[in-house]
Write a protein that binds this ligand. Structure first.
Ligand SMILES: CC(C)(COP(=O)(O)OP(=O)(O)OC[C@H]1O[C@@H](n2cnc3c(N)ncnc32)[C@H](O)[C@@H]1OP(=O)(O)O)[C@@H](O)C(=O)NCCC(=O)NCCS
Length: 451
């Protein structure tokens, strides 16, 4: 094996990863991330690492608000005082005698988060910013001191966030008379998306996403991508709803996540992520690369193929550069791309460009598929195939009789799309006359004429 080539390849991968991180930092600077963190993670040896990663995000300019989950601490407290935990429809019933213990447990969890923030040089802050009222009696069940959220003091929170504080909101709310109510932290995190402009909402627990194994899929969910660990990478709202509908036997935790993610997206959150706090670096991976290990439900367009714009040219050149250097693609320049810019498309994930391709029309009614390239760290994810399928569809739509392409390295890759071996005679005259005999590229053709 050529060690130098291998080393150079690794260096290129590192630099493209660093570029990717920079592009994400620029995009997320000033955005608000709400993180609901399960208290069951707090005894995990990796918890300080998770908290440090969160403070790194904050130091990079992301606004952070934390809602601690409190279920485990409350259970522990109630067991210690021999008070039975009762639930109805998944909601805890809060008796008068349990409430002070629940408050104590919730505030204790918030305090532990505060300690971690302090240790990383960040300023956490707690307060009475959630107004609540009694959940009342539903279907004959009295929920006693379990409450529901009435209002969140948005202006105060916005002010604190603008001053670089990290607000910590344990799931306790108060009514006008100052009576406390026990709230669901999942609901609180979701409800915050109605009041604040939330870029990302994270549910961080022991689950790392919606597992794809055994999942029934339908019309909208036929082609879902999975991560290496077998969880679905991303779902839009319709897909998340279809998964819920087709899989009535899904785990409660997974159903709960999907339902809340859909609600949060509908309430205004752009992206809702389910990640595991037990996997080192999971938050950073999910934020700084579109190949995180969790499941994301998104409200708006996440990945797309769209016509290239002038602003995309540096990215197109960047992606093609390595392949041009290796001789896989013919050299392009800023000028040659901008001359034919309307022929180019780019594949973007979360607004960052990871692939490109072009279709150039010729005088004989045929068109060339060219400049297909996928960024090194996004290869083998179906990006190249999506671009080729898009260009073939464009070719059909524009009424070209035939597509052709010239390749030195990706011959086998193009056959499954229907391309077949061709000869110089298959090329339009202008292309044939410019054919570089020294390069000796193979010619592939795809007829678009219907017989
Ligand atoms: C060829 C290229 C566009 C494929 O992009 P991609 O996004 O990785 O492709 P996909 O994810 O859709 O497909 C990946 C599959 O194709 C295979 N594949 C990738 N490049 C291949 C090649 N040159 N020859 C044969 N198979 C190839 C992969 O091994 C993978 O197979 P697997 O699914 O069994 O693991 C990309 O590797 C690239 O940019 N190559 C350099 C530029 C180039 O040669 N362009 C074509 C000339 S126009």
């Amino acid at each position: 094996m050529d060690m130098t080539a291998d080393f150079n390849e690794q260096k290129l991968e590192v630099s493209s990863f660093i570029r990717e991180v920079f592009s994400y930092i620029n995009r997320f600077k000033g955005q608000l991330f709400v993180l609901k963190i399960e208290d069951s993670l707090m005894d995990n040896p990796l918890f300080p690492v998770l908290m440090r990663d969160i403070t790194l995000l904050h130091k990079a300019g992301v606004k952070v608000l934390i809602v601690p989950g409190t279920r485990k601490s409350i259970d522990k407290q109630l067991v210690a005082w021999e008070i039975e935990s009762k639930f109805a429809a998944g909601i805890r019933l809060t008796s008068e005698e349990a409430l002070p213990l629940i408050e104590q447990a919730s505030l204790g969890v918030a305090q532990r988060i505060m300690s971690h923030l302090t240790a990383s040089g960040c300023h956490g802050i707690q307060g009475n910013w959630v107004m609540a009222r009694s959940l009342g009696i539903i279907d004959g069940v009295d929920y006693m001191r379990t409450g529901k959220i009435e209002r969140i003091e948005k202006d105060i929170l916005e002010h604190l966030l603008s001053e670089d504080f990290i607000p910590i909101l344990p799931p306790i709310g108060w009514n006008k008379l100052g009576h406390a109510y026990n709230l669901s932290s999942t609901e609180l995190a979701t409800e915050l998306c109605k009041y604040l402009v939330v870029g990302k909402l994270f549910f961080i627990g022991s689950e790392n996403g919606i597992r794809s194994e055994g999942l029934k899929t339908g019309q909208d969910t036929k082609y879902l991508e999975s991560t290496d660990s077998g969880v679905i990478s991303a779902l839009d709202i319709d897909q998340a709803e279809e998964i819920l509908k087709l899989n009535p036997n899904l785990d409660f935790a997974q159903v709960d996540y999907l339902q809340n993610a859909i609600r949060a997206c509908k309430a205004g959150a752009n992206r809702v992520h389910l990640i595991s706090g037990e996997i080192q670096g999971s938050v950073l991976q999910e934020v700084f690369s579109s190949r995180g290990d969790g499941t994301m439900v998104y409200a708006n367009q996440y990945s797309s193929i769209r016509p290239a714009t002038v602003d995309d040219i540096p990215d197109i050149l960047r992606i093609m550069q390595d392949y041009i250097a290796k001789g896989y693609l013919i050299p392009r320049t800023q000028e040659s791309i901008s001359e034919k810019l309307s022929d180019y498309v780019v594949y973007s994930i979360d607004n960052a460009i990871h692939g490109c391709g072009a279709i150039h029309a010729f005088e004989d009614g045929s068109a060339e598929v060219a400049a297909i390239a996928v960024a090194a760290n996004y290869r083998k994810s179906g990006v190249g195939a999506a671009i080729v399928r898009h260009l073939i569809a464009t070719g059909r739509m524009k009424g070209y009789k035939k597509l052709f392409l010239l390749t030195t390295q990706a011959l086998d890759w193009f056959y499954p799309f229907g391309f077949r071996d061709g000869t110089l005679n298959d090329l339009p005259p202008t292309k044939r006359n410019n054919y570089n005999l020294k390069r000796n590229s193979r010619i592939l053709i795809l007829s678009l004429e219907t017989k």
